[in-house]
Design a protein around this ligand. Structure first.
Ligand SMILES: [Zn+2]
Length: 259
């Protein structure tokens, strides 16, 4: 794909000093479903998704694997490039295989799929394991856990005693991680909270279950100051027009879009 590069005008560095550590603002985008028309709140029109990708290319952003950001945060990786963006998709909806993947393929950009295994090859709306295998075989996609059956973990806490609740959460986190790793043969160390809901207790349980990092929602950029197990993501819905995304990214990166 061609890259419209040199016409961007940096106004300031995306890095800001914060004592000893540099702070970078990283937009992490999360998509769910794709279709020609919008039939529910989580669907993004195919035409809009295409426009988002063209915009990211036009702004000369670096689409980096989510793991690069986590490695950087854990002190195991290099600093990430300025103007980095991360793409993620939750829930394993069938349209991610049928609609999204063919559109994203020519760009070669990496994306992390957060999946809850109980739906795969089971729910009508979801991908099959064959779909998941095909996507992860290409190495364009990494897998993350979205718990085992996508419960509302905050609401469930009111339904049982504390010990039972912690056992329930631990099972949701470990069963998903184990099944994804066994079926797809790649390590799974990242988690997305169902509905973006978490609290300090859940974050501690995620760390205990071997998750390096976890992701919520929040419509703001992730920074090194965020809790590693509750990093925010921008929810991409059909209201997130090309113009809105352009305004957001140019503001985050302090650049002017090419005319
Ligand atoms: Zn979800």
């Amino acid at each position: 794909m061609s890259i419209a590069s040199a016409s961007l005008t940096p106004l300031t560095s995306a890095w800001a000093s914060n004592g000893a550590s540099a702070v970078q603002r990283l937009p992490i985008l999360v998509y769910h479903r794709f279709a020609d028309t919008v039939s529910d709140s989580m669907t993004v029109r195919t035409s809009l998704f295409k426009a988002h990708l063209r915009l990211i290319e036009r702004l000369n952003c670096h689409v980096i694997p989510l793991q690069d950001w986590v490695d950087f945060r854990c002190g195991k990786g290099n600093a990430i490039p300025e103007r980095s963006v991360v793409l993620t998709a939750d829930d394993g909806h069938r349209s991610q295989f049928e609609v999204m993947a063919p559109i994203l393929a020519p760009y070669g950009w990496k994306m992390t799929l957060f999946i809850y295994p109980s739906a795969i090859s089971n729910a009508k709306y979801a991908m099959t394991w064959a779909h998941v295998h095909e996507m992860t075989r290409s190495r364009q996609y990494a897998l993350g856990s979205h718990t085992y059956w996508h419960p509302n973990l905050i609401r469930e806490r009111g339904n049982m005693g504390l010990d039972d609740y912690r056992r329930f959460v631990t099972k949701q986190l470990t069963r998903s991680k184990d099944e994804l790793q066994q079926r797809c043969g790649q390590p799974v160390s990242l988690l997305a909270w169902p509905f973006g809901l978490c609290d300090d207790d859940l974050m501690a349980l995620a760390a205990d279950c071997g998750y390096q990092a976890a992701f919520a929602l929040g419509n703001r950029t992730a920074t090194v100051n965020d809790a590693l197990h509750a990093e925010p993501r921008y929810l991409m819905v059909d209201d997130f027009s090309e113009q809105r995304l352009e305004a957001l990214l140019t503001s985050i990166f302090h650049v002017k879009a090419p005319a």
